[in-house]
Design a protein around this ligand. Structure first.
Ligand code: GRF
Length: 202
């Protein structure tokens, strides 16, 4: 399968996809890394790995117009799936509908807990024992689509938001490429589909 990855910043999850895709068994190719920020450090890494990149700043543009430009670039790349990896823009309903069931996101909490920002501090403030990350399908409501997979991460007594974020990121880098690999092969992956139905995720 061909995937496009959308980033806004450092792109460490994108990097995890790049290295996973080097395995001969990997079921996807990264055909595009696109960003709303031409200065995103992740774009430089993608270029160094000879992956096509695209950037278009969103400043001063209507959300729909910017999404249209991103959509065109993704279509031109031939991508069949869109993988959001730290893409810090809320997407218009029109864009989300065009990629319905073909767009995934990773969120650093155990959804449905802590949608939106500051997830680590909110988990610490709530005195939770575990935090984690979730991969979900993207629907128009923020961080609300069906959850495909989660990893729990212990919260340590002296954790602050930064230390918890670093530990969660390690889990993200494992979970996200593996979940996308399952998802894009779901039709030939009956065990995984059964598990999803059992978990009522799909
Ligand atoms: C990650 O924590 C991810 O969960 C969130 O944004 C961050 C992106 O980090 N959606 P990176 O750009 O992949 O390093």
């Amino acid at each position: 399968a061909k995937i496009a990855i959308l980033i806004s910043g450092r792109g460490s999850n994108m990097a995890a996809f790049v290295y996973a895709a080097k395995s001969p068994n990997c079921p996807y190719d990264i055909v595009l890394v696109a960003s709303n920020d031409p200065e995103a450090p992740g774009l430089r890494l993608a270029e160094a790995e000879s992956i096509a990149t695209f950037a278009h700043p969103h400043k001063g543009m209507a959300r729909e117009d910017h999404d249209d430009i991103m959509h065109d670039a993704i279509l031109r790349s031939g991508a069949e799936y869109v993988v959001l990896a730290g893409y810090m823009r809320i997407l218009s309903d029109g864009f989300v509908k065009k990629w319905s069931d073909r767009m995934l996101n990773i969120h650093p909490s155990l959804l449905p807990k802590y949608k939106g920002l500051d997830t680590y501090q909110r988990a610490i403030d709530a005195r939770d024992n575990v935090a984690g990350c979730s991969v979900h399908l993207v629907t128009p409501e923020l961080d609300d689509g069906p959850v495909l997979a989660q990893t729990e991460v212990a919260i340590l007594p002296d954790d602050d938001a930064d230390s918890l974020a670093s530990r969660t990121l390690i889990a993200e880098h494992q979970l996200y490429p593996a979940t996308v690999a399952h998802y894009v092969t779901r039709e030939s992956n009956p065990d995984w589909i059964l598990q999803q139905i059992r978990d009522r995720a799909l």
